[in-house]
Design a protein around this ligand. Structure first.
Ligand SMILES: Cc1cc2nc3c(=O)[nH]c(=O)nc-3n(C[C@H](O)[C@H](O)[C@H](O)COP(=O)(O)O)c2cc1C
Length: 366
C-alpha cells in the first residue's frame, strides 16, 4: 500500500522522506538565548518521531526579539555553538532533517513564560522596550511598543541575515521565517497593527514591503540548495484584518523573491482574537494558497490523527502537514501513523524490535 503522507518530497535540494513535519515549538528554557540539555532531550526525542523534518522553535534574531527570557536566540557565538551541538546530537541519534524558525517577537516580546502567566514582564522582571511598525499595544495591559525607525528596520533585517548565516554555520538543513502569530513580520503585514504613513504601511504592497525585504535579504545568503520558507497567517480572525486572499498575495510575493515553501497558520495579531478551534483549522487557507500561489504549502493546526493528515496530502490540499501538540503527546507519532497507514518509517537500530512486523501485533491481543 502506498501512502501519500509517507511519500517523499523535495524542497530546493533537500529530500524529505515523508510529508510529516514537527511544528516549531517554543520551550522557554534557554539561558540568554542559549540552548541546553532540555533542548537536546526535546529535539533528540522528536528527531525520532518518524517526521521527515523537525523545525526548531522560534529563535530570536536579536536579544530584544525573543518572546521571553527563556526563548532560544541566535545572536551570539554561544547561541550558535549550542545550536551546532543540538543539530549534531539530533543527527547522531535521530532520523529527521533539522530546520529552524527565525523570529522577532516585535510588540509581543518581553513577556512571561506561559507557565508564569504569559503576560507582559513586570518592572522587577527585567523587561525590555518592544518595537513594532506602529505604537499600538498588543492588547489591554501590554506596553506600547516604540514605532520602528528606518535604523530599527535595518537592524532587524540585518539580524535575520546574521542569524541565517549562523544557522547555516551550525549545520541546519532548512530555514523558515516567522511571519505569523502577531510577531514582528506579521505585525507589518496586518492593517490591525500597521498604521504607518510611510512606504512601509498603508496599501497591501506597503505593508508587505518590510517582510519581503527581510525575505529577500535572507535569501541572498541562504544557498539555493537549502530550502528557505516562511510561516504566514491565513486569517487574522479579526474584522478588518488579514484574510485568506491576503495570504495568497503574500505567498505569491514570497515565491517571487525565491522562497521555497510556506506554512499556513492563523491568529495571534491581537490578544482578544479567539479563533474557532476546529480540526484542520487552517487547511482551507493552505489549500487556497497552494492552488492560487502555486508554492509548496504546509498546513498546521489540529491535524492530530494519521487519517486526517493522510487525507490532506492525498487530496492535494497541502503538500506537507505540521503537528505540534500531538507530537508532544506522542513523540513517536510518525511510527504509529506508519502502522495505521501501512507505511515504512525509519527507526534507530536500538528500537528496531518495536517495528510491527517483528511482533506481529501480538502485544494487542487482549
Ligand atoms: C508548546 C508550543 C510552542 C509553540 N511555539 C511555536 C513557535 O515557536 N513558533 C510557531 O510558529 N508556532 C509555535 N506554536 C504553534 C505550533 O507550531 C502550531 O502551529 C499550533 O500548536 C497548532 O498545531 P497543533 O494543533 O498541531 O498543536 C507552539 C505551540 C505549542 C503547543
Amino acid at each position: 500500500m502506498t501512502s501519500a503522507l509517507f511519500s517523499p518530497i523535495r524542497l530546493a535540494e533537500l529530500d524529505l522522506v515523508n510529508r510529516i513535519v514537527v511544528s516549531p515549538m517554543c520551550q522557554y528554557s534557554a539561558d540568554d538565548g542559549v540552548g541546553n540539555d532540555w533542548h537536546l532531550n526535546h529535539l533528540g526525542t522528536l528527531s525520532n518521531s518518524g517526521a521527515a523534518l523537525v523545525v526548531i522553535e522560534a529563535t530570536g534574531i536579536e536579544r530584544r526579539g525573543r518572546i521571553t527570557h527563556g526563548c532560544l536566540g541566535l545572536y551570539s557565538d554561544d547561541c550558535q555553538a549550542a545550536l551546532a551541538h543540538m543539530i549534531a546530537h539530533c543527527r547522531r541519534y535521530g532520523t529527521a532533517k533539522l530546520g529552524i524558525q527565525l523570529a522577532h517577537a516585535g510588540r509581543k516580546a518581553s513577556a512571561q513564560r506561559p507557565w508564569e502567566g504569559a503576560q507582559p514582564l513586570k518592572s522587577g522582571d527585567d523587561p525590555w522596550e518592544t518595537i513594532a511598525p506602529s505604537a499600538i499595544p498588543f492588547g489591554p495591559g501590554w506596553p506600547t511598543p516604540r514605532e520602528m525607525s528606518s535604523a530599527d528596520m535595518e537592524r532587524a533585517r540585518d539580524g535575520f541575515v546574521a542569524a541565517a548565516r549562523r544557522a547555516i554555520r551550525a549545520g541546519i538543513d532548512a530555514i523558515e521565517l516567522h511571519g505569523a502569530h502577531g510577531y514582528l513580520l506579521h505585525s507589518f503585514l496586518s492593517p490591525i497593527s500597521n498604521k504607518r504613513s510611510d512606504e512601509y504601511g498603508g496599501s497591501p504592497d506597503g505593508r508587505m514591503r518590510f517582510p519581503l525585504e527581510v525575505a529577500e535579504a535572507v535569501r541572498a545568503v541562504v544557498p539555493k540548495s537549502m530550502p528557505l520558507g516562511a510561516r504566514i497567517t491565513g486569517n487574522d480572525w479579526v474584522e478588518g484584518g488579514l484574510t485568506p486572499a491576503d495570504a495568497v498575495s503574500f505567498a505569491s510575493a514570497l515565491k517571487n523573491v525565491g522562497i521555497d515553501f510556506v506554512c499556513i497558520s492563523s491568529g495571534g495579531i491581537i490578544a482578544e482574537a479567539r479563533p474557532n478551534m476546529v480540526a484542520n483549522i487552517n487547511v482551507g487557507f493552505a489549500e487556497e494558497v497552494k492552488r492560487k500561489a502555486g508554492i509548496p504549502t504546509r498546513a498546521v493546526g489540529l491535524i492530530a490523527t494519521p487519517k486526517r493528515a493522510q487525507a490532506i496530502v492525498a487530496e492535494g490540499r497541502a503538500d506537507m502537514v505540521a503537528l505540534a501538540r500531538a507530537m508532544l503527546d506522542n513523540p513517536h507519532w510518525g511510527w504509529h501513523a506508519a502502522k495505521v497507514l501501512g507505511a515504512e518509517v525509519a527507526r534507530p537500530k536500538q528500537y528496531q524490535r518495536a517495528a510491527p512486523n517483528l511482533w506481529a501485533g501480538a502485544m494487542f491481543q487482549d
